[in-house]
Design a protein around this ligand. Structure first.
Ligand code: RET
Length: 280
């Protein structure tokens, strides 16, 4: 009978069977990243193609929406190829009956390329919605600045030391900034859109409501995957993949189709966008 002679004072195994030492992307995750890259690439081509069917003066939504999927394609390419990601030390908690909780340090991949993507694309998505509603420049700027603060403090939270109050402090700041964004869309955006008539008013309500639901899922996924580390790297990739497809290609297709059918959604920038190009 082999006798276990403890040689170390540390009774806690560094690696428990149910907690692999490393939390890295697997085959399913990599495949998902490539699929979303292709979806973003095709969407960019389709949105750019649609823009050629309308005069330059009516292409602003097309241009913004195409840029959104181009930025996403670049970010997904970076993540799928294994760039745009860094390794972060996290703590995994082990609960064993009758014993105090123990923690082991585990290496986990954190995809920083997402935050680069979001810091460029969420302001552009807000610009799409703001132009649709007819928001003024002051409110557009404030909504976009709040949005950038939300993404950057989210990035600091993702890389903040695990188990520190600051980490969730950054998260709290990001959530407050998100409430500012919502406030601009739900209060100012809705009122302005309604002032453009019933058709634009109800379309704005539908597409901004869809945006609100999809966007709100991001901090929830973040809390589970990046905050409390209760989701595998592949699970996190799949959750964000579904949300990104809803927030970018689905949103964009819906917006551009509605714009083609509803002349009331035209943007009046007083010649800024198409001066000298023949306008409408
Ligand atoms: C973070 C974590 C910190 C708290 C909050 C967040 C919100 C993120 C949002 C992201 C939206 C992304 C979109 C991507 C485009 O496809 C940064 C996750 C509030 C709302 C729409």
């Amino acid at each position: 009978i082999p006798t276990a002679t403890p040689t170390s004072v540390d009774p806690i195994p560094t690696v428990l069977p149910d907690s692999p030492e490393k939390q890295f992307v697997g085959d399913g995750g990599t495949r998902t990243l490539w699929v979303v890259f292709i979806v973003m690439l095709i969407s960019s081509a389709v949105f750019a193609g649609l823009s050629w069917r309308v005069p330059v003066g009516r292409r602003l939504y097309h241009v913004i929406t195409t840029l959104i999927t181009i930025f996403a394609a670049i970010s997904y390419f970076a993540m799928a190829t294994g760039h745009g990601v860094s390794v972060h030390t996290i703590q995994v908690r082990h609960q064993i009956d009758h014993l105090p909780d123990t923690f082991t340090e585990v290496q986990r991949q954190v995809f920083w390329a997402r935050y680069v993507d979001w810091s460029l694309t969420t302001p552009l998505l807000l610009l799409d919605l703001s132009l649709l509603a007819g928001l003024n420049g002051a409110h557009i700027l404030m909504a976009i600045v709040a949005d950038i603060i939300m993404i950057l403090t989210g990035l600091f939270a993702a890389f903040g030391s695990e188990g520190t109050p600051q980490k969730w402090g950054w998260y709290a700041i990001a959530c407050i900034a998100y409430l500012v964004v919502i406030w601009h869309l739900a209060v100012n955006g809705r009122a302005q859109a309604q002032a453009k008539g019933d058709k634009v008013g109800s379309f704005f309500l539908a597409i901004a409501g869809f945006t609100l639901i999809v966007w709100t899922a991001y901090p929830i996924v973040w809390g589970i995957a990046d905050g409390s580390r209760n989701l595998s790297v592949d699970g996190e990739i799949i959750a964000y993949a579904v949300l990104d497809i809803l927030a970018k290609p689905v949103f964009g297709t819906w917006l551009l189709i509605a714009h083609a059918r509803m002349p009331e959604t035209n943007i009046d920038l007083g010649g800024f966008w198409s001066y000298g190009l023949g306008g409408e």
